[in-house]
Design a protein around this ligand. Structure first.
Ligand code: SF4
Length: 219
């Protein structure tokens, strides 16, 4: 794990450059949960079109999707890519929530560990999606790790080590206060870093706010 460059310092430097971000597109908890499934393996622009179609059809809710035919759902979310697979996943998740808990509110009110394990037990929901739902829809302090975070942290560390999801999540959660707003913002900061500077092939280290503490950037 990165030596002197702890999460505090990383966050301070990113925040100074990007300001407070704390985003997740979505006006309601239903929309956040649905968006978290739709965004798998695609860009947010494609998700927006699917969200819009669901909204126009008055179907942007867990309850509506739970009672919708999969074929109809497929048509509405077609723009999100892998739409057949996503329609099945979404339908299964929404039906489970309504049949077992009666409402999304009750489902999300479970304690964090139970919520996370229920989500992970569902078809096609991995750790990143489960944590995004727990953090942004349920407001639980579950740190989200994504490809941007892993790439940046491996470069900052520079020891040639590869980080797994669980190790990196533990690293952040052991060193940061259990603060939902901080976790939301920090995830957003890593996404911004990955999109603007820590690019996959040619990172723009000269302009990066982390250049001074990053082994790759200094190298
Ligand atoms: S200095 Fe370069 S490698 Fe390090 S985080 Fe910034 S862009 Fe990525």
């Amino acid at each position: 794990m990165p030596g002197s460059a702890g999460p505090d310092l990383i966050y301070r430097l990113l925040r100074k450059r990007f300001g407070f971000l704390n985003w997740w597109p979505g006006e309601t908890r239903d929309e956040i949960l649905i968006g978290a499934i739709l965004t798998q393996q695609t860009s947010w622009r494609n998700v927006e079109k699917a969200i819009s179609s669901l909204r126009d059809a008055n179907a942007l809710s867990v309850k509506a999707i739970s009672s919708m035919r999969v074929g109809v759902l497929e048509k509405l979310i077609r723009s999100s890519g892998f739409y057949r697979q996503k329609a099945r996943r979404l339908k299964k998740l929404c039906s489970h929530i309504i049949s077992e808990y009666g409402s999304l509110g009750r489902f999300l009110s479970m304690d964090m560990d139970r919520l996370r394990s229920e989500l992970l037990a569902m078809d096609g929901i991995g750790q990143e999606t489960a944590d995004a739902i727990a953090l942004y829809a349920a407001g639980k302090p579950s740190f989200v790790i994504d490809a941007y975070t892993i790439r940046a942290m491996e470069r900052i560390s520079g020891n040639g080590k590869r980080f797994g999801y669980g190790d990196l999540q533990k690293y952040f959660m052991e060193r940061l206060p259990l603060d939902v707003e901080l976790y939301k913002d920090m995830h957003a900061q890593f996404v911004e870093l990955g999109k603007r500077y820590c690019l996959k092939t040619k990172p723009l280290c000269n302009e990066c706010p982390l250049a001074g503490i990053c082994a790759y950037g200094k190298g």
